[in-house]
Design a protein. Sequence first.
Length: 171
Amino acid sequence: MPGISIRQGTAADRHFVVDTARRLADFGPPSWRSALEVVGGEVRSLDDFFDGRLTGPTLLIAEDTAGDRLGFVFLERAIDYFNGEPHGHIGMIAVTERAEGSGAGAALMHAAEQWARVNGYSRLTLNVFDDNTRARKLYEREGYRVEILKYVKILGPDATGGDLASSRPER
């Protein structure tokens, strides 16, 4: 992408990455997930990475020609459930509000694909909230296809006041 460069993330990017990750809650989490819950999970993962409790992931930063940060992608190794093979996984990708529509997201996607190829992966996966139509359109333009739809049912207390999981018979 002209005018956009990608570099390896460093400890100096922590504040920017965490702040940018907070935007992920703005893009279609289901009604049973609070923004605090979504952001909390992402920030915990980033804290583990920056504090050295999580080894292996790669952080890439997109910048414009002035060196202003536009977004990031957090890349992880994952194991395919069906065939047991390792593959690349985009754990998080986010751009700043100012960078929306600038090509920064596409540049980060292309950098993620290059990272996956360099690491010998034949697949790159990601997760996205169902209602995040803008991101889904970008991913589909980039050649991603839906593989699995995850359904969730929120279980409440049953008629006896206990929760349904605790009323199952023991095996």
